[in-house]
Design a protein around this ligand. Structure first.
Ligand code: TRP
Length: 454
């Protein structure tokens, strides 16, 4: 089975070298592996928590999409989409909100930092804190759990959020007696975790010390690199490569051999001005071809939009059935399936991991029932009976049947269950043969589960 790797990028800024080295480049590399099923998305709902500047968010979405594509992301291979194009994410956010403990959210770093700041300033603890900031980890958990991601590559500052996603997934699984969600793990790339910025601190927009990746072209790249802070050693004096941002940035782009040569040159007294020129040229070698693609993409936003729409479709092909099964277990089924299910109205989870029947009365007054898998997938719809007892008797028969004894006639789109040569129930129609075969397996499992119950 492939590992599903999922990560989100908040769309508030313009990508810089730190983003490229720390997130984009490793993510693109991972997406090219055959054993990885990559889901990468723009967290534009998260952006709304941080910024109410619509123009900035809009620009950032475009720039980030173009950057990832220019950096080599293949949208045919990965699922690349915008959070705001997947309505199942906010829907799941609410389901998770209803089981999230407030105490857990009180402990979230970002919220706690705001509280601490307010406390220090003698303000009300929650001054200026939106419910959006408070709920940030739940939205993020929904991003991850909706797609059953196994691994989530993130920076260290996000580890707590992944733990909360696990916590929420586990809580839901436990409450409803079934493994609805895969529990995700944070993936921290030790080697590339952080790039220093102009002043030597972590390169970050909030420190205003970033080197832009594409913005401003190569001129801007060079000028910014020339502003990297160094010590005051003169040309000819040996420099300490292990204590300078310049060298660390160089190493992030260069091969081992290039790095060793640069180290040697610094030790031998290469002047800072020249060293910066070497760094600029090395970075530009990698960035130039990407910048060309980036500019072409930026000039054609409609093409990017199309790619993202296709990505959303792929993402929803996973999330829509997932949310449908969650609605089932939460008691949000359609009325006609829920109506007469008195005998089986106990939540399926509380009965254990089994398949279950749900009886109902058709519009014409007749009695019918459906069979659902433990996950809430509809498997069978019975024929109509004038007499509820006859419907009940058929349920009993099906219950004792088991998969081996069941006669299932396979048609092009669906299947029919036969008892003594008579069709008594049908499956829904399936999209294709593969879906039908999967459903057949689920149905056989369900029949076995029923036979094993009581
Ligand atoms: N909070 C993440 C960040 O700021 C972005 C993000 C949102 C994310 N949803 C996600 C990352 C889901 C991984 C998975 O970096």
């Amino acid at each position: 089975m492939n590992t599903r790797v999922l990560t989100g990028i908040t769309t508030t800024g313009t990508p810089h070298l730190g983003n490229y080295v720390g997130a984009i480049r490793p993510a693109v590399a991972a997406s090219q592996r055959d054993d990885v099923d990559a889901f990468y998305f723009m967290a534009d709902y998260h952006a709304l928590i941080k910024s109410d500047d619509a123009a900035r968010i809009e620009r950032s979405r475009l720039e980030i999409a173009a950057t990832w594509l220019a950096a080599g992301l293949d949208p045919a291979r990965v699922t690349f989409y915008r959070q705001s194009d997947v309505p199942e994410i906010p829907e799941l956010t609410w389901f998770l909100t209803c089981i999230a403990s407030k105490g857990m959210l009180n402990r979230a770093h970002a919220y706690k930092a705001a509280v601490d700041k307010n406390t220090a300033a003698g303000e009300d603890v929650d001054a200026g804190v939106t419910a959006g900031l408070y709920m940030y980890p739940v939205l993020m958990a929904a991003d991850i759990l909706a797609f059953d991601a196994h691994q989530v590559p993130v920076g260290r500052d996000q580890i707590q959020h992944i733990e909360m996603a696990r916590d929420l997934g586990q809580r839901f699984n436990h409450l409803h007696g079934h493994e609805f969600f895969v529990l995700p793990e944070a993936l921290i790339e030790e080697q590339v975790a952080t790039l220093p910025g102009l002043d030597g601190r972590k390169m970050s927009k909030s420190y205003d010390n970033t080197i832009p990746l594409f913005a401003g072209g190569k001129k801007q790249l060079r000028e910014t690199i020339m502003r990297i802070v160094t010590d005051s050693r003169l040309p000819g004096e040996p420099k300490n490569p292990d204590d300078c941002a310049l060298f660390t940035i160089f190493r992030a782009f260069a091969t081992d051999i290039e790095t060793a040569a640069f180290r040697q040159a610094l030790l031998e007294g290469l002047g800072w001005g020249e060293a910066k020129q070497v760094l600029y040229e090395r970075v530009e070698t990698d960035v130039a071809p990407m910048r060309e693609r980036y500019e072409a993409l930026m000039a054609d936003p409609a093409a990017i939009e199309k790619i993202l729409q296709q990505g959303a479709q792929k993402a929803r092909a996973v999330a829509t059935p997932k949310l449908a099964s969650l609605r089932e277990v939460l008691g949000l089924r359609t009325m006609h399936t829920a109506a007469m299910s008195t005998a089986s109205s106990k939540a399926p989870a509380k009965q254990g991991k089994g398949a279950r029947f749900a009886s109902f009365r058709d519009a014409d007054g007749s009695f019918r029932f459906r069979l659902f898998s433990a996950e809430g997938e509809e498997l069978l719809l019975s024929k109509s009976f004038a007499d509820p007892k006859a419907a009940g008797a058929l349920q009993k028969q099906i219950k004792t049947l088991g998969a081996t004894a069941a006669v299932l006639q396979v048609q092009s789109q669906g299947m029919t269950l036969e008892l003594e040569g008579e069709a008594v129930a049908t499956t829904p129609d399936y999209r294709d043969e593969q879906a039908r075969n999967e459903a057949l397996q689920t149905l056989r499992d369900a029949l076995d589960q029923l036979a094993a119950q009581d």
